[in-house]
Design a binder for this molecule. Structure first.
Ligand SMILES: Nc1ncnc2c1ncn2[C@@H]1O[C@H](COP(=O)(O)OP(=O)(O)O)[C@@H](O)[C@H]1O
Ligand SMILES: [Mg+2]
Length: 293
């Protein structure tokens, strides 16, 4: 890791990723156009927008799945063009997709090391170092504040939020500098969403640059440092947190009635909501989460 990307305590570091006027076309479909944003160490960049806004296309460019057709993509200040997700991963850009690449019947520790199994011995005696894997898995989950009952437990028995959390801890352990999460909370209830948001904050506090994709401003606002709002492939703008209120962000997302409904749902579940705990942890008022009584 180069020194200029080392995060300063209590503040954001140098830009890890930057896109400038980036565009991606699928035949005659303009998936994204003229999008610019920055991802810094120790910050959460939120990408918001309705279905079809271009959120997934943007992060697929960042994660090496797609290549951009116009504009610039810079990593550590230098232009890049990744040929594969592996190439992005080699630069420390890890992506957690909604349909997680985990094997439900396998244990948590096996999934944790899937594709990067630690070995001991040499030549024909080389074998998967099970004891090491179990120990490291447990320790790293604990370091992230994830208290799993038993690392032997099949991943399929974990809740959606716990699975996302294991995926985040895995990316952190394998040295991710940028963690990209595509709609990690969209399939989750309020409580589980709160759990995942908490680990996003932990990853940020460890100095990672986080890109959080969501269509839910109530999830984005408490944890986000900057907000990029997309609509039909174009940018409606990008705001640092002090420059936009939760209400303004919510209005920007429009879809009026739908969000009204969401607000009510969040209020109903506010009693045991872990979102409230997240709000406190990141120093946000519970009303930022739309769960104030
Ligand atoms: N592989 C693809 N081929 C053709 N069109 C695509 C492809 N991927 C995305 N699109 C189009 O690009 C636009 C943005 O999609 P997407 O990035 O998935 O939006 P979001 O993630 O915000 O819902 C949509 O109109 C979608 O149909
Ligand atoms: Mg998407």
């Amino acid at each position: 890791m180069s020194t200029e990307t080392t995060p300063q305590p209590g503040g954001a570091g140098a830009p890890l990723l930057e896109v400038r006027d980036i565009a991606k076309y699928f035949g005659s479909v303009i998936a994204v156009q003229a999008i610019s944003t920055t991802v810094r160490a120790g910050e959460v960049t939120c990408v918001l927008g309705d279905n079809g806004a271009g959120k997934s296309t943007l992060i697929k460019i960042l994660s090496g799945v797609h290549q951009h057709d116009a504009g610039q993509f810079l990593v550590d200040g230098a232009p890049v063009r990744f040929g594969s997700p592996r190439a992005a991963l080699d630069r420390g850009i890890a992506t957690v997709y909604q349909d997680l690449a985990m094997i439900p019947l396998m244990s948590i520790w096996r999934n944790f090391f899937l594709g990067s199994e630690p070995t001991r011995g040499w030549g024909p005696l080389k074998r998967f170092d099970v004891e090491f894997a179990k120990r490291v898995c447990r320790q790293n989950l604990l370091d992230m504040g994830i208290d799993i009952r038993d690392p032997e437990q099949p991943v399929g028995t974990l809740s959606g939020g716990e699975r996302q959390s294991v995926a985040i801890a895995r990316a952190v352990y394998f040295g991710a500098r940028v963690l990209i999460l595509d709609e990690p909370t969209s399939a989750l209830g309020v409580k589980q969403a709160g759990v995942v948001l908490k680990y996003i904050v932990r990853a940020r506090d460890r100095g990672l640059g986080v890109v959080l994709i969501t269509h839910n401003p109530h999830h984005a606002y408490p944890v986000g440092d900057r907000f990029l709002v997309l609509k039909r492939g174009r940018s409606l703008g990008e705001w640092a947190k002090p420059d936009i209120s939760r209400d303004e962000l919510t209005q920007m997302m429009a879809g009026g009635a739908e969000l009204e409904q969401l607000g009510h749902e969040l209020e109903r579940d506010a009693e045991d909501s872990e979102l409230a705990a997240v709000a406190r942890e990141v120093g946000q008022d519970a009303k930022d989460l739309g769960i104030a009584p």
